[in-house]
Design a protein around this ligand. Structure first.
Ligand code: G4P
Length: 529
């Protein structure tokens, strides 16, 4: 038990979120570099694989076996055991990206200093807020011309609705970027441009009160810095660790991942402020992570693209205790004791078999087709289920039907199985059957995946017609009369496979109009699974 406690309390499990190109991969590489997990930056994932076109997707996925987009990187730093959850972007963006956030205890939001808050960050941020997990902001690319620093903070506060507290402050940007001022130590860290951003980059620390500082950074930069510090000390939200940990205040760091400016400072502050694995809610109440008993829940299922094997890999987040590969566990939803087979963890680019893992860790296990997203595993003798994982709003919709109507059975089987894995969501017109369905996806690549898999695994050819809807809302009212609900002309009433009513809209304005026209109507962006 004492050993379990020590192992669990040194774990830090977080996701990095950003809009594509803000520098998530580069920052991850640098963090790994500090952990000694890789020798050279640039080896997290080859750009060629990261930037693949849609058409190569199937081949790549087959080669990779397990998608690199599902990586969890584990490394050690200063006594901590760190798990970084990668949230895929680009064409890989899917509901899995959201679900990954359910497995994290905190999130690092990378923002491009010249672009500010961008679409994908906004979406992922909403999920972090829903979970009330701490959010840390890394404003990246300060070595390039950046937006005004105060404007950037203002934008984060207004757009995302979270208070910010700068932990350090940049001195200039672009060619004039000289380093950062640490508000706590009252020290300026000056960086030498390390070009390739290796760990050895020289950092010189000088106190803001040192008489030489003016000379070092220049009179003008010094004047600007002291004015800004005064403004900050007077006007910015004071730092409160409890507010950070409640997800109400985001500590902000400035830096440049590419040239390795400010990454180590960020990592060190972050590790002190973030939490060890957090307690999670189950149907029997809160489960303490530092407990004798093992428990975990499945947050992602990766189908094997090989037609010959219908096996899949289920990724689970360990929430309490220790996982021991030699021991049996209890699969709550399947009501069965079993030994989890081929448990594995990802280390940079490699997969390794694990014998043991602790609360906070993520393991992938072989799924013979019995597990579903949200399933709970616990020590034999215990029986409880973790709160389900919500269904996230798809943003692309298509009407789908099979070409050969004789293949209806395979079609229904295929789409329902793929939906169970969480790659797509299926809906129906109100009062209709499954001959024709409406498929909703978070990322458009999933449409290609659906088409390919139905053809390849179920021998069904489909016709897909894109629909103009971009917004879906779950109706929270239980006593709703769908026929009398009046909305805008572009609104569509649909239902999910459990018969729960939903609404589709072409634009967000229509959502507001519909709410106005139907007093008491409650719409939600997250569905219950
Ligand atoms: P992502 O994972 O968030 O999509 O972003 P990624 O790290 O791949 O970075 C996107 C591009 O931005 C890359 O350039 C990367 O080198 C650059 N970048 C990342 N951090 C910084 C930074 O702090 N400063 C500057 N100036 N650039 C940065 P690329 O040309 O698209 O790729 P590459 O060919 O250089 O690898």
């Amino acid at each position: 038990m004492a050993d379990n406690k020590k192992e669990i309390q040194r774990r830090r499990t977080f996701a990095i979120i950003s809009h594509p190109d803000a520098g998530k991969t580069t920052l991850t590489e640098k963090l790994l570099l500090y952990g000694g997990a890789i020798n050279l930056a640039g080896s997290v994932k080859g750009k060629a694989t990261a930037r693949h076109a849609v058409s190569d997707w199937m081949e790549i996925e087959k080669e990779r076996g397990i998608s690199v987009t599902s990586s969890v990187l584990q490394f050690e730093y200063d006594g901590y055991c760190i798990n970084i959850l990668d949230t895929p972007g680009h064409q890989d963006f899917s509901e899995d990206t959201y679900r990954t956030l359910m497995a994290a205890d905190s999130a690092v939001m990378v923002i491009d200093a010249s672009k500010g808050v961008e679409a994908q960050t906004r979406k992922l941020f909403k999920v972090c807020v829903m979970r009330k997990i701490p959010i840390f902001t890394f404003i990246n690319k300060m070595d390039r011309e950046a937006n005004d620093t105060f404007d950037l903070l203002d934008e984060i506060e207004k757009e995302l609705g979270i208070a910010t507290c700068p932990m350090n402050w940049p001195i200039g940007s672009g060619k004039a970027f000289q380093g950062v001022y640490d508000r706590n130590d009252r020290e300026v860290s000056l960086f030498s441009d390390t070009q390739r951003g290796t760990k050895e980059g020289e950092i010189t620390k000088v106190s803001i009160n040192d008489p030489k500082i003016q000379e070092i950074i220049g009179k003008e930069a010094f004047g600007k810095l002291t004015d800004e510090i005064e403004l900050l000390d007077g006007a910015s939200t004071p730092f409160r660790l409890d507010e950070v940990q409640a997800g109400e205040l985001s500590p902000v760091f400035f830096g440049s991942a590419l040239t390795n400016f400010g990454v180590q400072t960020f990592l060190e502050h972050f590790l002190k402020m973030t939490t060890a694995p957090l307690p999670r809610f189950a149907d029997v109440g809160v489960i303490d992570p530092v407990s004798e008993d093992f428990s975990a829940f499945v947050f992602k299922i990766q189908a094997n693209m090989n037609k010959a094997h219908r096996d899949r890999i289920a990724f689970m987040r360990i929430c309490s205790g220790k996982f021991d590969a030699s021991q049996e566990v209890y699969h709550v939803q399947g009501e069965k004791k079993m030994r989890l087979s081929q448990p594995q963890q990802l280390m940079a680019q490699e997969r390794k078999v694990v014998e043991e893992a602790y609360a906070g860790d993520i393991i992938g296990v072989f799924d013979p087709g019995l597990f579903s997203i949200g399933d709970t595993f616990c020590s034999p003798g215990r029986k409880f289920a973790y709160e389900g994982i919500p269904t996230f709003a798809p943003e692309h919709f298509a009407r789908v039907r099979q070409v050969d109507t004789m293949k209806r059975k395979q079609f229904v089987k295929g789409v329902t199985q793929i939906a169970q894995e969480g790659a797509i969501q299926i809906f129906q017109e109100l009062h209709s059957g499954l001959e024709e369905i409406i498929v909703g996806v978070v990322g458009v690549l999933q449409f290609d995946v659906l088409k390919y898999r139905l053809n390849n695994e179920y021998n069904v050819e489909i016709i897909m017609e894109n629909l103009p809807y971009e917004y879906i809302r779950w109706i929270e009212n239980t006593d709703i009369d769908m026929d009398s609900l009046t909305g805008t002309s572009d609104m569509k009433k649909i239902q999910d496979l459990k018969g729960r009513p939903l609404l589709l809209f072409v634009n967000s304005w229509s959502i507001g109009m519909t709410l106005d026209r139907n007093k008491g109507l409650i719409l939600s962006e997250f569905g219950r699974s």
